[in-house]
Design a protein around this ligand. Structure first.
Ligand SMILES: NC(=O)C1=CN([C@@H]2O[C@H](COP(=O)(O)OP(=O)(O)OC[C@H]3O[C@@H](n4cnc5c(N)ncnc54)[C@H](OP(=O)(O)O)[C@@H]3O)[C@@H](O)[C@H]2O)[C@@H](O)CC1
Length: 206
């Protein structure tokens, strides 16, 4: 299991031009596999949620750095949109590591679930000067200010359509944005990347 985890992360980190499709609807088999890997890591290997979230956020930031060099990003920022659950927690960690790696990460976190873990992750971002936006930027602002968007809104299994009001604008923005959208689903299975007709199609299917 650990080997598999490491292999997946490694595969990610070495990928140069990842062409992966954004999926809001996951293939059932993948979802089942992701859940089963999660369970094994929790139950057999005794990883804690904090550990897995840290790993997920770190690997996401590292994969982004590998795929979108500082040169490519230029002086633009990276918008990280965080959801109310663990996937949002992954996003907070990702934003923090992006900052450490030298990127200008900016977080939009519209629904904050009152939980010690998320509060701590939020405090860490604040203390590391990663800004939180109070409002979702307009599409035109996103296009000229951000090099890419990290979609950390929902992971697997807990998302139940339809998207609630608080996230409709964020999803709509990611549908319309021409900047790349990076997304990952589990601590081990990373589904990066790119805005494409696939993304638009799949979001519309939700
Ligand atoms: N398992 C782990 O410990 C780890 C998980 N990791 C990551 O977390 C992901 C799974 O985490 P998760 O279970 O917290 O689910 P996630 O999608 O982030 O959020 C659930 C929240 O969304 C809400 N919500 C639901 N439907 C909604 C809707 N239509 N519109 C709006 N809101 C909606 C729901 O609200 P509720 O239904 O409870 O009212 C709840 O608040 C997993 O895929 C992986 O990425 C790992 O990286 C690290 C370890």
């Amino acid at each position: 299991m650990i080997q598999r985890h490491a292999t997946l992360i490694h595969a990610l980190l070495v990928a140069e031009n990842q062409v992966v499709f954004m999926r809001y609807i996951h293939i059932e088999q993948e979802e089942e596999e992701a859940i089963s890997i999660d369970q094994e890591l929790f139950n057999d290997y005794r990883f804690s949620v904090d550990q897995l979230i840290e790993l997920a956020g770190l690997s996401c930031a590292t994969a982004i750095a590998k795929t979108y060099s500082m040169e490519k990003v230029g002086n633009k920022s990276i918008l990280v949109i965080c959801g109310p659950g663990n996937n949002g927690g992954d996003g907070l960690v990702c934003a923090r590591h992006l900052k450490v790696l030298g990127y200008k990460s900016v977080i939009y976190y519209p629904v904050r679930t009152e939980k010690q873990l998320y509060n701590s992750l939020t405090t860490q971002c604040t203390n590391m000067a990663v800004p939180f936006l109070q409002m979702l930027p307009e599409l035109s602002t996103v296009e000229c200010t951000f090099a890419l968007i990290v979609d950390a809104v929902f992971g697997f299994s807990s998302f139940k359509p339809p998207v609630r009001e608080a996230f409709v604008a964020s999803i709509d923005l990611m549908k319309k944005a021409t900047v790349p959208v990076v997304r990952y689903v589990t601590a081990m299975r990373f589904q990066c990347i790119d805005h494409s007709s696939h993304m638009r199609k799949n979001v519309e299917e939700t």
